[in-house]
Design a protein around this ligand. Structure first.
Ligand SMILES: Cc1ncc(COP(=O)(O)O)c(C=O)c1O
Length: 417
């Protein structure tokens, strides 16, 4: 069946909003996507019908437990984990990373080295900087090129030595949209004996994650970026998780993954994460040849292919529309031949036109986009725009339309005069 964006949009009540009689173009998706009705229905159902403590003998508890186990299986399928024990959940990526950095930090000692990336959101920087401060670790920085918006992995090799214990890096940038070669980064880090911690928050809405192929040790993402509720998803390689010290209360289980799950889990959010995963799998209906009886992982692969195909059309149209404006500097890969190395997040900076003024005037036309550093302090500083208001970020996903992209380009054109 051919892709039908209007059919998709009908599932997202939030997209029906109007502003002064104009349909709203919601393009602030890198900050959090809209949610299909299925997600909210499943969350409501969890609260209305299986709202119970886990592990009891009575029906409500048994059913609640079954739903939680099913959500763990779905999340394991999402990242291609070996087993459900490798996956757990928490408030959001930032909270999970602060917590897990303490457990990982218990393996480190003064003088050990960690590698952080200039491309990362602060949620994959501050927890490690604070750990370094607490433990006397040496911090080394992996720079990216402000011209190509990519790393040179020779730089990573040069940073590694016998004392390197961890490399923390994003799978995709929330500013430039660059997708990093995590498999290659993992291979370099592992050769030196370092663990690899991957922030997949901005990749997860756009591509199928395969932790086995990536070869990393930890990977974390957030469901509100992929059509789900505000809840973080954590994956850790079992043999590494087994070595970590959990910071937990004494009566809590010592088994993985529960020993890393502090307090009562947010079961309604878990139901929503599961539903968001099912939603992505349901997009496989637009790809011919996916049998209805296919497994969840196969349907997810097809669903992501469907989304990526549409994402790429919108991304290229946006880039092609912005390129002719010579005051506009696109802060990411623009070569159509390299589109596989970026997600659809397109940031740009306009000389002598404050980004905040531009997005404010766009908001007046019902175009919902963001300006500012988006917690990407390091990348914005590296791009030379941190103290100049940073850029404008436009992040289309599969429910956005070509018409919405054209509205953005027209609005920029008008603002430039
Ligand atoms: C790349 C990246 N990492 C981490 C985060 C933080 O995620 P959370 O809000 O789940 O803590 C964000 C949020 O925008 C992000 O874009």
């Amino acid at each position: 069946m051919a892709y039908d964006v209007e059919d998709v949009r009908r599932q997202f009540p939030g997209l029906a909003r109007e502003h002064s009689g104009m349909p709203v173009a919601f393009l602030d998706n890198p900050a959090g996507t809209q949610v299909p009705r299925l997600v909210v229905d499943r969350m409501a159902d969890a609260m209305l019908h299986t709202n119970s403590n886990l592990g009891g003998f009575f029906d409500t508890s048994v059913e609640a437990g079954e739903r939680v186990a099913a959500a763990h299986r779905a999340a394991a399928a999402l990242v291609n984990a070996d087993e459900t024990g490798e996956v757990f959940f928490g408030q959001n990526m930032t909270t999970l990373t602060f917590a897990m950095s303490r457990s990982i930090g218990a393996l480190l000692k003064e003088g050990d080295e960690i590698v952080l990336s200039r491309m990362d959101h602060d949620a994959n920087i501050s927890p490690w900087l604070m750990l370094a401060e607490d433990k006397g670790l040496v911090v080394r920085w992996l720079e990216f090129s402000p011209e190509t918006f990519e790393f040179d992995l020779a730089d990573l090799r040069a940073l590694m030595n016998g004392r390197t214990r961890l490399v923390a890096v994003c799978y995709a940038s929330n500013i430039t949209g660059t997708i990093n070669d995590i498999a290659a980064i993992s291979a370099i880090a592992h050769e030196a004996g370092a663990l690899v911690y991957v922030d997949a928050v901005q990749y997860a809405p756009h591509g199928l994650i395969d932790v086995k192929a990536l070869g990393c040790d930890f990977l974390v993402c957030s469901a509100y970026k992929f059509f789900g509720p505000h809840y973080g998803v954590f994956w850790g390689r079992r043999d590494v998780l087994d070595r970590l010290r959990p910071y937990k209360v004494r009566p809590a289980s010592n088994d993985v993954p529960w020993r890393f799950t502090t307090g009562t889990t947010n079961r309604e959010a878990l139901a929503g994460v599961h539903a968001a995963i099912d939603y992505i799998a349901s997009l496989s209906r637009f790809e011919d040849g996916v049998p209805a009886a296919a497994g969840l992982r196969d349907k997810l692969a097809a669903g992501f292919r469907v989304m990526k195909q549409h994402d790429d059309i919108l991304t290229q149209r946006l880039i092609d529309g912005l390129k002719p404006f010579n005051r506009v500097r696109i802060l990411g890969i623009t070569d159509p031949a390299a589109i596989a190395r970026r997600v659809s997040t397109v940031s740009f900076f306009v000389d002598e036109l404050p980004s905040a003024d531009l997005v404010k005037s766009m908001a007046g036309e019902g175009i919902q986009v963001w300006s500012g550093h988006n917690y990407g302090l390091e990348p914005n500083r590296a791009l030379g725009i941190l103290d100049r208001g940073s850029g404008v970020r436009v992040g289309p996903v599969h429910y956005n339309t070509v018409g919405e992209i054209d509205r953005v380009v027209d609005a920029v054109g008008r603002a430039l005069g």
